[in-house]
Design a protein around this ligand. Structure first.
Ligand code: SF4
Length: 135
């Protein structure tokens, strides 16, 4: 959904826990913490070049939420659009070794995983609020 003027894009990491956390954090942000206030961009669509995602990130501030230090979402935005307005690396929050653990089905999410999701979502919201304050 690209109706708002601040965007967020999570990496599509299906290979590790950091990717799971990044996606759940962005979902929490859009559904609970900033409902109706943020445009969420799809990384695969962004890379494919369809759907207006690249144009959106060129025009409006966009935050990348990446699951590990490879920072795929951030690098894609910077390659195809422009500098990111902010970026989160889940590995900096939970540690690189943890971030690279096996991905998790939401059926097996523990309280500790939810704490990681909450921390990541809170940091993303901090960046969001800073951007909003400048608009
Ligand atoms: S940033 Fe890391 S977890 Fe996310 S897609 Fe890239 S390699 Fe996978």
């Amino acid at each position: 959904m690209l109706g708002n003027r601040i965007g967020v894009i999570s990496c599509s990491g299906e290979e590790c826990l950091g990717g799971t956390i990044s996606r759940l954090a962005v979902r929490k942000m859009m559904e609970e913490l900033k409902p109706g206030m943020v445009s969420t961009l799809c990384l695969p669509l962004f890379i494919a070049g369809d759907g207006g995602e690249r144009e959106f990130a060129e025009k409006y501030p966009t935050i990348a939420v990446d699951g590990c230090s490879k920072c795929c979402a951030k690098r894609a935005i910077e390659k195809y659009s422009s500098a990111v307005a902010g970026s989160i690396d889940v590995a900096e929050i939970i540690g690189e070794a943890k971030a690279l653990e096996k991905p998790l089905s939401t059926r097996y999410i523990t309280d500790l995983h939810m704490e990681y999701v909450n921390q990541t979502a809170a940091k993303t919201c901090e960046i969001f609020d800073e951007i909003l304050a400048k608009q």
